[in-house]
Design a binder for this molecule. Structure first.
Ligand code: NAP
Length: 233
C-alpha cells in the first residue's frame, strides 16, 4: 500500500507544491483545503496523470473541529491510518504591526490557524498516525518564530510560529517511543501569496518540507530545519 499523506492548506502555495511532490514520489496525497471546491480545483490543476501517486481532494479547515474530525473519519474509513501529516496552513504575515500596538484580535485569529490549527489536527489524527508503521509530522514553521533571531516585526506571525515550534518539541517528546518523527521546517522565503514576489521558487520551499515528510526511521525528531539543516530555536 502506498504512503498516505495529508497536507493542510494544500490548495495553494507551499502546501499545494508539497502535495505535488509527494504524489510524484508515489504517495496517496490528500490535498486538503478549507473549501471542498478549492481542494477539487487544485487537485484537478495538479494533473494527477503526471504523478505515480494519487491526489485526493478533501475539505479540512484547521480552525473548525468538526471539519477536522470529518476529514479524520474519511481517512479512517478509506485507509485506516495516516503515515504523514504536513501542517502547512497559516495566515497573517503581519508586517503592518509592531508588538506594543498589536491588535490582539489579529493575534488571536492568527493563533487559531497557526498554532491551535496544527494542534487540533495533530490531536484528531493522532490515533491514525499511531496506526502507521512509519509516522511523520511536519509543522511548517518559519525562522520568524526563532527566539534566537526574533526582531520586532510580524508580532502575531512570529509569536504563533514560536508557539508552533514549542508544540513540535512537546509532541515529538510524547511520540518518541512510538517511532513517530515530528519536526518543524522553515521553507525559506518563498514566492507565494504569503511570501510575495522575490522569494525562491515554490518547489524549493516545498522540497524542504518533503525532506522532513520522508525521513528514514533513524531520522531526527524534535528538530527545526531548513533544507535538511538544523536551525536555531
Ligand atoms: P499561502 O500561499 O498564503 O497559502 C496559505 C494556505 O493556508 C492556503 O492554502 C490557505 O487556504 C490555507 N489556510 C489558511 N487558513 C486555513 C484554514 N483555517 N484551514 C485550512 N487551510 C487554511 O502561504 P504559503 O507561503 O504557501 O505558506 C505555507 C506555509 O509556509 C505556512 O505555514 C507559512 O507560514 C510557511 N512559510 C512561508 C514562507 C514564505 O515565504 N512563503 C516563509 C516561511 C514560512 P485558502 O486558499 O482557503 O486561504
Amino acid at each position: 500500500m502506498s504512503t498516505v499523506s495529508l497536507v493542510t492548506g494544500g490548495n495553494r502555495g507551499i502546501g499545494r507544491e508539497t502535495v505535488r511532490l509527494l504524489a510524484r514520489r508515489g504517495h496517496t496525497a490528500l490535498l486538503t483545503s478549507r473549501s471542498q471546491e478549492a481542494a477539487e480545483a487544485a487537485a484537478a490543476d495538479l494533473d494527477p496523470e503526471a504523478a505515480p501517486g494519487e491526489i485526493v481532494p478533501l475539505r479540512l479547515d484547521v480552525t473548525d473541529a468538526a471539519s477536522v474530525e470529518r476529514a479524520a473519519s474519511v481517512v479512517a474509513d478509506r485507509y485506516g491510518r495516516l503515515d504523514v501529516l504536513v501542517n502547512s496552513a497559516a495566515i497573517t504575515y503581519d508586517t503592518w504591526q509592531r508588538p506594543s500596538g498589536a491588535d490582539l484580535d489579529v493575534v488571536r485569529e492568527a493563533a487559531e490557524t497557526n498554532l491551535y490549527g496544527p494542534w487540533r489536527t495533530i490531536r484528531t489524527f493522532a490515533p491514525l498516525l499511531r496506526a502507521s508503521a512509519h509516522p511523520r509530522i511536519v509543522n511548517v514553521s518559519s525562522e520568524s518564530g526563532s527566539l534566537a533571531s526574533m526582531g520586532a516585526g510580524t508580532p502575531a506571525y512570529s509569536v504563533t510560529k514560536a508557539g508552533l515550534n514549542a508544540l513540535t518539541v512537546i509532541i515529538a517528546a510524547e511520540f518518541r517511543r512510538d517511532g513517530m518523527l515530528v519536526n518543524a521546517v522553515c521553507p525559506g522565503w518563498v514566492a507565494t501569496d504569503m511570501g510575495g514576489a522575490g522569494g525562491r521558487p515554490v518547489e524549493e520551499g516545498a522540497a524542504s518540507v518533503v525532506w522532513a515528510a520522508t525521513l528514514p526511521d533513524d531520522g531526527p525528531t524534535g528538530g527545526f530545519f531548513r533544507d535538511g539543516r538544523p536551525l536555531p530555536w
